[in-house]
Write a protein that binds this ligand. Structure first.
Ligand code: ADP
Length: 292
């Protein structure tokens, strides 16, 4: 039976019909409209689902965290304005009559990579999505490890040095603040005294600009520690890395992987792979939440 996958994002909402082999056969996209309520935004996706007039196995939802996985609600994700406290599982279940499963977007992407992407066939799979923030997932024996409170594998908030800068949701010295897009951007803006996207920062780095080299080097060192710390705790078969920054700047990743080996007990066993899926990982992974 087919499944519906939903991917909630700060700017875009997507729903897809996904077949038994986890191929996406139809997608619907709409803007996450901040001028209407979260219920009205969800109703657009629900109308798409109900227009299908066929029976589905259920609906899997990937949504930015933090989430309350116990009661299926959204807590207060910084990039989802107006969705705080939304009991999304209850709402979608009542409107569609279907089984509904929820998890955070990075966990969904990691699940897709673990079961169908570069993690296929491995028992212990870590995932890092390095884009605006650094999302994470851990899949063991084919199942997401959520932790006691739904906060396992949140690598982004792991502290890797004494850098004093953080923001509301990320610790000072955290992996997110040193290595991911938002943190690199903040560091660049402090150093250059003007707005600067990570894309420009990397361009300056490749031209050997002193400030950019300092920021990117710090990002690499932090990421190296992050990869090593994750390995110390989990010793996974494979760490899969996806996200725009990893895709556009493989050198950044390559340097981090090499540097992390100095911190490992068994550096030869470190196995890092670039992600197989792009943007669709979240949708496919959301559908996989119903795979049992
Ligand atoms: P999301 O974070 O919502 O998954 P994206 O995958 O588009 O969105 O990632 C956006 C992040 O990647 C931002 O921090 C952006 O500045 C950064 N980014 C986009 N293109 C580039 C690039 N060419 N070089 C470096 N960073 C980039």
């Amino acid at each position: 039976m087919k499944t519906i996958g939903i991917d909630i994002g700060g700017t875009q909402l997507r729903a897809a019909v996904i077949d038994e082999n986890y191929n996406i056969i139809e997608t619907y996209k709409t803007k996450n409209d901040r001028t209407v309520t979260c219920e009205e935004n969800m109703d657009k996706l629900i109308s798409f689902i109900l227009s299908k007039k066929e029976e589905f196995k259920g609906i899997g939802i990937g949504c930015p965290g933090p989430l309350n996985l116990k009661n299926g609600s959204v807590i207060d994700p910084p990039n989802l304005i107006g969705w705080d406290g939304f009991e999304i599982v209850k709402y979608v279940r009542e409107k569609t009559g279907m089984r509904v499963e929820l998890n955070n977007d990075a966990n969904c992407a990691g699940l897709a990579e673990a079961l169908l992407g570069k993690g296929k066939g491995y028992e212990s799979v870590c995932f890092m999505g390095l884009s605006t923030g650094l999302g994470g997932a851990y899949v063991y024996q084919g199942k997401l490890v959520n932790g006691a409170h739904g906060n396992a594998a949140e690598w982004w908030n792991m502290m890797v040095n004494d850098d004093p800068y953080g923001h509301k949701n990320a610790n000072p010295g955290s992996l997110n603040e040193q290595s991911a897009g938002s943190g690199l951007q903040a560091a660049a803006e402090r150093a250059y005294g003007r707005s600067m996207e990570p894309k420009e920062l990397f361009e300056l780095y490749y031209k050997n600009d002193e400030k950019a080299v300092r920021i990117i080097e710090r990002g690499v060192n932090a990421l190296a520690r992050g990869i090593a710390n994750v390995t110390c705790v989990i010793d996974p078969d494979v760490i899969i890395v996806g996200g725009s920054i990893a895709i556009y700047h493989p050198l950044y990743m390559k340097m981090a992987i090499e540097r992390s080996k100095q911190y490992l007990l068994a550096p030869e066993s470190l196995h890092v792979e670039p992600a197989l899926f792009g943007d669709d990982a979240g949708l496919v992974g959301a559908a996989l939440l119903l795979a049992d």
